[in-house]
Design a protein around this ligand. Structure first.
Ligand SMILES: [Zn+2]
Length: 101
């Protein structure tokens, strides 16, 4: 368990460690922008994977934080793998999205 901080400027993610008393958003060590706290299950794309990071940015902007997601019947759903799937996903899974768990 734990959380990750993501910087959408630099396309990088940092683990924040295991200390739940010390979970907070912090600033990127590279560009000093505020980073976004996401679930530890988040797997960052490779730095060179532009499409992958586009998808990550899209999902984060829609409020997703990569925690477990469930549909209206409480069935666990998989996160989309492409931007096209992601657009369908946010259409079908309206906010409030599951946040960090
Ligand atoms: Zn940065």
């Amino acid at each position: 368990m734990g959380y990750k901080n993501v910087c959408l400027n630099c396309n990088i993610a940092f683990s924040t460690g295991m200390d739940y008393n010390d979970v907070r958003e912090s600033n990127c060590t590279q560009c000093n922008e505020q980073m976004i706290l996401v679930n530890h299950k988040f797997k960052p794309p490779k730095k060179t994977d532009i499409a992958g990071w586009k998808l990550v940015r899209f999902l984060i902007e829609k409020g997703l934080r990569f925690g477990a997601a469930y549909d209206n019947n409480h069935v666990r759903v998989q996160y989309p793998k492409t931007l096209e799937e992601a657009k369908e996903f946010v259409k079908n899974h309206k906010a409030p999205f599951p946040v960090i768990r």
